[in-house]
Design a protein around this ligand. Sequence first.
Ligand SMILES: NC(=O)c1ccc[n+]([C@@H]2O[C@H](COP(=O)([O-])OP(=O)(O)OC[C@H]3O[C@@H](n4cnc5c(N)ncnc54)[C@H](O)[C@@H]3O)[C@@H](O)[C@H]2O)c1
Ligand SMILES: O=C(O)[C@H](O)COP(=O)(O)O
Length: 527
Amino acid sequence: MYKVLVSDNISPKGIEILEQEADVTFNPDLSREEFLDIIGEYDGLIVRSMTEVDKEALDKARNLKVIGRAGTGYDNIDIEEASKRGIIVFNTPTGNTISAVEHTIGMMLALSRNIPQANQALHEGIWDRKKYMGVEVKGKTLGIIGLGRIGSRVAVRAQAFGMKVIANDPYLPPEKAAKINVPLLGFKEVLKKSDYITLHTPLTDETYHILSHKEFAIMKDNVRIINCARGKNVDTQALAKALAEHKVAGAAIDVHEVEPLPEDNPLLKYQDRVIMTCHLGGTTTEAMDNVSIAAAEQVLDVLNNGLPESPLNIPSINIQEYNKAKPYLNLVNKLGNFIAKWKGHERIEMIEAEYGGEVIGHDLKPFTTSLIKDILDPILDSRVNLVNAQLVAKERGIEIKESQISKPDGVNNIIRVRVKTNKGNYSVAGTNLPIGLRIIEINDFRIDLNLEGKFLVISYQDKPGVIGKVGSILGQDNVNIASMQVGRKSYGGQAIMIIQTDNKPSKATMEKINKNIELTDLTYLEI
Ligand SMILES: NC(=O)c1ccc[n+]([C@@H]2O[C@H](COP(=O)([O-])OP(=O)(O)OC[C@H]3O[C@@H](n4cnc5c(N)ncnc54)[C@H](O)[C@@H]3O)[C@@H](O)[C@H]2O)c1
Ligand SMILES: O=C(O)[C@H](O)COP(=O)(O)O
């Protein structure tokens, strides 16, 4: 049973899902030392933003195969180091979008109307209507930096309040902004024109301190700042200075450069003008359930050989595409397994994936990567998965080819896998039919068998009596034949026999076949 560690607080809904298939440790209170001590035992890890999954942790995580971020931001995970070790990393970026949007709007309104301060005063017995004079947001300009999932939804809600919304996002296709009537402007222009500036960017080298001294200097006087994205997007010292100089009228900050907030955070001095929450953007019942369920399901998917919906270090396909592609990924998986078990003992020099028919409508890169993984993982000592499969093939000098079959013969979809080894060339092809996955070719001979079960694959020089002899040895040894197909190039030429059996032939039966019949190859494999 796989072992999964959940080292941050997630909703019990995800834990319940995990517990159906894995041995789960849920401990959000681990100290760093305790985390480092035990991480080596686990196959899967689920975190939020509090667990630091850095090189030191990954060095100790010798069994780890997947890291799921139950949430959006993944700056606490060293993706590059994880990739080097073949660890799949994914996040669940849509589960808390709405909560983060609503928190941003809540923060903007609370900031404008001094709601937290007035509430605090009342609780202290102070009734002061003059002190807590507010401003309306209607008619004000809201500048959004980062018009992605959250930024775009904040825009639509702010427009409903009668705000004029402008944005900066150099990576967004302009049509997306046009669709919601938000002009995309230069970064400085947004800073200069806005009464409110809200950040919705990920933390990258480029967005680290995207608001600092220079940027505050060019903003309008009395600008208000909202940050519900990443703490390090804003230079806290520079913001404190801009508050001190009354350049910035107020700020609403959910995320902080250092979390939990240290006592010497300079914004704590500005209780009248700065409202702060403890990274609560994604903390709602709904968001917590969403991200917990999504992370749990995907960790199990990955451990069971599937793909996550939002991978951070493997070729990504969207969810609809993934669901449509799943039967073909299963086909690739079974064909890859077939090859590994059939020819994995030979030295593989080339792997070619040929795709034909309906399957060509899909993004083929994840299929080919998956195929390489399925062939190489069972036969190499090191772990091969979707993260490092292409890299491992390259390192081992295995040539990878991908091609398309223009007219698949008699089927509406086909995937054919060819391998060249130090001993010869081999191929196997399959198709996805409504009745299930079928193996339809082996070494270019047409066959038609269910691509699941117990197989005997036999290569031999065609001559009378071989089929009968194999059949009678299996019969004598009580190995029941479920179905059988033979193919040959020409009379007396190379032939192949593929037999599906109900039970596994014993070692003695295999030896008997090998001893009594002249064969070029005899392999038993289970798919
Ligand atoms: N406070 C919270 O609890 C909370 C909850 C969810 C998400 N978040 C954070 O909110 C942020 C946005 O999340 P999202 O789901 O909208 O992400 P997203 O990827 O959908 O959107 C981010 C946008 O930022 C843009 N961008 C990237 N670099 C930029 C740059 N240098 N200048 C301007 N724009 C740039 C991207 O093009 C993209 O459109 C992330 O940092 C995420 O971690 C916080
Ligand atoms: O990026 C996110 O998803 C949010 O910042 C929420 O982080 P959290 O899971 O630590 O609350």
